[in-house]
Structures are given as structure tokens and as C-alpha cells.
Design a protein around this ligand. Structure first.
Ligand SMILES: CC(C)(COP(=O)(O)OP(=O)(O)OC[C@H]1O[C@@H](n2cnc3c(N)ncnc32)[C@H](O)[C@@H]1OP(=O)(O)O)[C@@H](O)C(=O)NCCC(=O)NCCS
Length: 142
């Protein structure tokens, strides 16, 4: 069955959350519905899905911040791995950014996620030897 990429649509939430749970990228401190709604609020970001038949088998959230392109929530359904879907969704994310004039794409990998690091390196991504610092701000700071 053919697989095609498309933008996330209303009604995809259940399948996407199930995929993120199965892929092990859901985190208790991140609210998937909130993250998706925020990414979809304007044209700076998009949630992409790959669909085989009517089943969502891969995702990527991609956006640009006025300087760099970023990708988050890259995941392939564990039952559909090693068939090129990871490359397919990353290609779709890169094309979305290139179409907007972005020339550098970046992503964050948890230190312990060695397997995915090898995947990204295989696709041409290189360690920039930087660290990521984060702080909750505004209402989220509590
Ligand atoms: C990483 C992940 C997206 C890969 O998806 P996938 O569909 O199995 O990958 P593909 O089949 O598209 O592989 C594309 C290429 O990468 C290679 N590859 C895949 N996983 C790899 C790995 N762990 N290490 C090295 N190379 C890898 C494949 O051999 C393939 O090479 P080729 O195209 O030159 O033949 C998937 O394993 C996954 O969802 N992991 C868990 C979620 C996760 O950790 N996401 C990242 C959060 S930062």
C-alpha cells in the first residue's frame, strides 16, 4: 500500500498520540494536544504525517523561528520501521523548510537516545557540539 505525507488534520489527534506513545517519545510534561495546537496556530510551523491507507504511520513537527528550521516529534510506528518511513517524513520536513527559504535545519536528541542519533547522522545531520538550555517562562513558570 502506498504511503503519502500530508499536513495534520482535525481528527488526527487520537492516532498521533497513540503513535507517539508506541514510539516512546511522549513525555508526561508535554501535552500533545497543546503542542499540536500551538504548532498549527500560524504558518511558521506544521505537523506532518505519513499515512498508509488510513493509518498514520509517521509524524514530524517542523517549524522555523525566523532564523533556523527545527524538527520535533519525529516518530515511526514500531510496526512500520525499517521501510524508509523515517527518511520519508524527514525529507518532507526538509522540503517544507526549503520551500520557505530556510537553509539550516536542527533538532534536539536526548543524550541517551543513541539509536536515533545514528539515524540522523546517517541522514547527514552532524553534532554541533552545543548544549540546549531551557527555562519555563510566563504562566508556565508557575
Ligand atoms: C528513528 C526512526 C524515526 C527511524 O525510522 P525508520 O522508518 O525505521 O527509518 P528508515 O527505514 O526510514 O531508515 C532510513 C535510513 O536510516 C537508516 N537507519 C534507520 N535507523 C537507524 C539507526 N538507528 N541507526 C543508523 N541508521 C539507521 C536506515 O538503514 C535507512 O538507511 P538507507 O535509507 O540508507 O537504506 C524510528 O526508529 C523511530 O521512530 N524511533 C523512535 C522515536 C524517536 O526516538 N524519535 C526521535 C526523537 S528525537
Amino acid at each position: 500500500m502506498d504511503t503519502a505525507t500530508r499536513a495534520y488534520r482535525d481528527g488526527d489527534l487520537g492516532q498521533v498520540v497513540a503513535l507517539w506513545n508506541a514510539a516512546g517519545i511522549a513525555r508526561p510534561w508535554n501535552d500533545p494536544a497543546k503542542d499540536i495546537a500551538f504548532a498549527r496556530r500560524d504558518s511558521h510551523a506544521i505537523v506532518l504525517v505519513a499515512e498508509t491507507g488510513r493509518r498514520i504511520v509517521a509524524t514530524a513537527m517542523v517549524g522555523e523561528d525566523g532564523h533556523r528550521g527545527w524538527v520535533y516529534y519525529v516518530a515511526v510506528d514500531p510496526q512500520h520501521r525499517d521501510r524508509g518511513l523515517g527518511r520519508l517524513i524527514m525529507d518532507a520536513a526538509e522540503r517544507w523548510l526549503v520551500a520557505r527559504g530556510v537553509w539550516k535545519m536542527q533538532l534536539l536528541v536526548r543524550e541517551e537516545n543513541v539509536a536515533v542519533r545514528d539515524f540522523y547522522e546517517h541522514l547527514g545531520y552532524r553534532d554541533t557540539r552545543t548544549i540546549c538550555l531551557q527555562k519555563l517562562i510566563g504562566d508556565a513558570a508557575g
